[in-house]
Design a protein around this ligand. Structure first.
Ligand SMILES: *Cc1c(COP(=O)(O)O)cnc(C)c1O
Length: 340
């Protein structure tokens, strides 16, 4: 079965497993796991931030950022396609007691004008705008990329209005590999960044949150409250360090393979439209007389799985486990298509 459901399907390579087995570990709840400390220092340094926190998931790093940046009854501005709005079980309401203003951007991205227009005036009967969250790459936006030049005017709006700015950088390294922009340039614009190690980077588990020292101190306390204080987590942190040292540049191969899948899809009569492919995510629409489920079921029978992203929309994702041989097989299955 060729699995194009998500880049979370990556499994550790033998080299990564060796690095994990050789990790020096300690009790991280006491701050005494040397490998976790090394990973946190490495990621903080990469973004030019003061401190970092290793967490079990990207949902937790995002939730911690919202928790520490806001007070109850505050409002968070984000794109209406963002992960914190769609895929975190309304955790913002549960953990932080805040409201979200999901602004309809384009391909998962907002403009500075949209952010500025979404800021609430200071009346007692309105929620207090406190935080802006951007996502790069934007998952539901089709793996679309924000450039620094697009972030700068948003950064200025946040500065002018005393709003914190958080980046859901689950796939930030995909964006940086594609643009050549530096992590430190991104660190400079954001109060906090969440980076997933368990997506295209290929680690089995984990995300890192970065920011100022006092921000991370607070996040560390709430991580414990949420049940995310782990003990000998260095075995997992070692996988993250290995990924950051050895598996960043190869993301470019995933992007190239996504382009190849897109080219094959674009030639099929049953495909209405392949949306723009910027990184490792391919989103396409099937013809009006078909449904995504019908096409996916034909694929499945031939040995390919992908996900429905709407009634007539399908998503495919490339990652570490999908090499040239898998792309070739997937292409043949896509060409076989669907018998109606
Ligand atoms: C995957 C993802 C997350 C975090 O997900 P977890 O499964 O909790 O690690 C956050 N934001 C985006 C955009 C993601 O794709």
């Amino acid at each position: 079965m060729i699995n194009l459901l998500s880049d979370t399907a990556t499994k550790p390579t033998p080299e990564m497993l060796t690095a994990m087995m050789q990790a020096e570990v300690g009790d991280d709840v006491f701050g005494e796991d040397p490998t976790v400390n090394k990973l946190e220092a490495y990621v903080a340094d990469m973004f030019g931030h003061e401190a970092a926190l290793f967490c079990p998931s990207g949902t937790m790093t995002n939730q911690l950022a919202i928790k520490v940046h806001t007070n109850a009854l505050d409002e968070v501005i984000c794109d209406h396609d963002s992960h914190i709005w769609h895929y975190e079980s309304a955790g913002f309401a549960w953990h932080s007691g805040v409201r979200i203003n999901p602004v309809p951007g384009s391909r998962g991205k907002l403009t500075a004008d949209q952010v500025e227009a979404a800021i609430q005036p200071a009346y007692d009967w309105l929620a207090r705008t406190r935080l802006v969250v951007l996502e790069n790459t934007a998952n539901r936006g089709g793996g679309s990329i924000y450039r620094i030049a697009e972030v700068d005017p948003i950064f200025k709006v946040c500065q002018d209005n005393k709003l914190s700015l958080h980046l859901d950088g689950a796939r930030l390294m995909n964006a940086l590999v594609a643009t050549g922009e530096s992590p430190s340039a991104w660190g400079k614009r954001f109060d906090s960044i969440s980076l997933c190690l368990s997506k295209g980077l290929g680690a089995p588990v984990g995300s890192v949150l970065t920011g100022k020292a006092d921000f991370i101190r607070e996040a560390r306390r709430f991580r414990k409250v949420m049940g995310g204080g782990m003990r000998q987590a260095g075995y997992l942190a070692a996988a993250g360090l290995y990924a950051l040292h050895h598996q960043v540049d190869r993301l470019a191969e995933d992007h190239e393979r996504a382009q190849r899948l897109g080219a094959v899809l674009a030639e099929q009569a049953y495909v209405k439209q392949v949306r723009e492919i910027e990184t490792n995510i391919v989103i396409f629409d099937v013809q009006d007389h078909l449904t995504a489920e019908e096409v996916l079921s034909a694929y499945r029978q031939n040995g390919l799985i992908a996900s429905a992203f709407g009634k007539r929309t399908i998503r495919m994702v490339t990652y570490l486990g999908i090499g040239d041989a898998e792309i070739q097989k997937a292409s043949a299955i896509i060409e076989k298509g669907i018998v109606v």
